[in-house]
Design a protein around this ligand. Structure first.
Ligand SMILES: C[S@@+](CC[C@H](N)C(=O)[O-])C[C@H]1O[C@@H](n2cnc3c(N)ncnc32)[C@H](O)[C@@H]1O
Length: 432
């Protein structure tokens, strides 16, 4: 076994941790991000390279758990559960999707089975089954469809976007997404410095797997990681130097950094102190300034502001390609309270916008009830609010994204470029 001092040669440490992460998601319903950050979690005692590898392996299994089960099933009377299930899935994904040499993946799975009293008796079975996966399963794998969304989400997506688009979204979810950066200064210079591709919207796209902290300009805060879609709400708001801007629901702060980099006088408010800790770290690294407020937006008194950006909590179904654990952890029951909170926060955001001021509302959701429906309902509740069509009159906006009240981005947009997170963005003006 390896510890903090060094990683083991066979990669058992990272695989053992990946299995623990997968059990946390599938058996305990925990979010991967919470397991990764937990002080006494599966990654807490690991060296950085083992942490990174364990996360990469767990993400790969979460993207391909169903196809993995499908290639294992013909060689088993019954799929085992608990730890043994995740060990087999991991090895099947390594062999079929990750291009790992079968002897390495099989050897690791057999060793992991042998480590635990409850799985030790399955070591021989794992050896036999995984050898067959390596010889016969890989051909079957290539013919399998991408992993489906769970029923509660698939039905809603099909109603909203149709069966063909839902299948296209599932295909993008199966791919490892690229890494997008937002430049503090000139995006062209950042693209040149990092060897990335400058996207039409101004984000810089890098292939997956680059070590971000090793990139030139990271330490001096010349950029931050932010999906190309997540960078659009602040671009639509187009804050000007000296304007008073409120970022309501701001943490961990990607949009706050954009507003501050534009020279606005930014107030960044969030109810979560730990998440605001990350915002403080981001401001310090990028040497940008904002007034940071810990408060519940529904109670807080302040403003009014020239412009308000509201990015409330949502199902985050637009980010499944980066967070493939979400479909296994969230349920339909999560949706209703989120929609109620979004509407209440929208009402509050209007009160905090000065007459004549601008309001941008966005969610990283693929569900119209958290996007299009919220935007049209708020116009019905507030006669002083008007759609701001001029906010979308920009050359960098792909006409395919336009909807009557804003922009709709889906993961299948830009599929040839590596996809983009799902987002809805609406822009309003409050009349005087
Ligand atoms: C989608 S995230 C915001 C992401 C952020 N805008 C960014 O770009 O990094 C939603 C945030 O809303 C915060 N939040 C939830 N309820 C809130 C409330 N009542 N008042 C203020 N913030 C709230 C959560 O703590 C969370 O950080």
């Amino acid at each position: 076994m390896a510890d903090r001092a060094g990683s083991d040669r066979g990669g058992l440490t990272a695989r053992r941790a990946a299995v623990a992460l997968l059990r946390g998601v599938f058996e305990d319903g925990a979010l991967l991000s919470a397991l990764i950050d937990a002080p006494d979690g599966p990654l807490s005692a690991l060296a950085p390279e083992d942490r990174a590898r364990a996360q990469r392996l767990a993400l790969a299994v979460l993207r391909h758990a169903d196809p993995a089960d499908a290639v294992l099933k013909p060689f088993l009377r019954k799929l085992p559960d608990a730890r043994a299930r995740q060990i087999l899935r991991l090895a099947a994904v390594e062999i079929c999707a990750e291009g790992v040499a079968p002897h390495a993946a099989v050897g690791a799975a057999v060793a992991l089975m042998g480590e635990d009293r409850k799985t030790a008796h399955l070591s021989g079975l794992a050896n036999a089954v995984l050898r067959r996966v390596a010889s016969e399963g890989t051909a079957r794998w290539t013919g399998l469809p991408p992993q489906r969304l769970p029923g509660w989400l698939r039905g809603r997506m099909q109603s909203a976007w149709g069966a063909k688009v839902t299948a296209a979204i599932e295909a993008v979810h199966a791919m490892t997404p690229p890494v997008d950066l937002t430049a503090k200064g000139y995006p062209e210079a950042l693209a040149a410095a990092t060897g990335g591709t400058l996207l039409p919207t101004g984000s810089v796209r890098l292939d997956a797997g680059r070590q971000i902290s090793a990139l030139s300009g990271y330490g001096s805060g010349k950029f931050w990681v932010q999906d190309a879609a997540a960078a659009l709400p602040a671009r639509v708001l187009a804050a000007r130097a000296g304007e008073r801007v409120l970022d309501l629901c701001a943490a961990p702060g990607g949009k706050t950094l954009q507003l501050a980099a534009a020279g606005a006088d930014v107030t960044a408010l969030d109810v979560s102190e730990p998440r605001l800790g990350r915002l403080h770290d981001n401001l310090a690294r990028t040497r940008l300034a904002a007034e940071v407020v810990v408060a519940d937006a529904l109670d807080w008194q302040g403003g009014p502001f020239d412009a308000v950006l509201l990015d409330p909590p949502c199902s985050a179904t637009g980010t499944i390609r980066r967070h493939p654990d979400l479909p296994f952890v969230k349920t339909a029951a999560d949706l209703k309270p989120l929609a109620v909170l979004q509407a209440a926060l929208l009402d509050r955001a209007i009160q905090l916008t000065r007459p004549g001021g601008r309001l941008v509302f966005c969610t990283c959701s693929l569900l119209p009830e958290e996007g299009e429906a919220q935007a049209s309902a708020v116009l019905g509740r507030h006669p002083e609010l008007h759609p701001d069509a001029a906010a979308f009159d920009r050359s960098w906006i792909d006409p395919a994204w336009r909807t009557p009240l804003g922009l709709r981005l889906r993961p299948d947009h830009w599929a040839g470029r590596g996809g983009i997170d799902g987002f809805f963005i609406a822009a309003f003006r409050r009349s005087g």
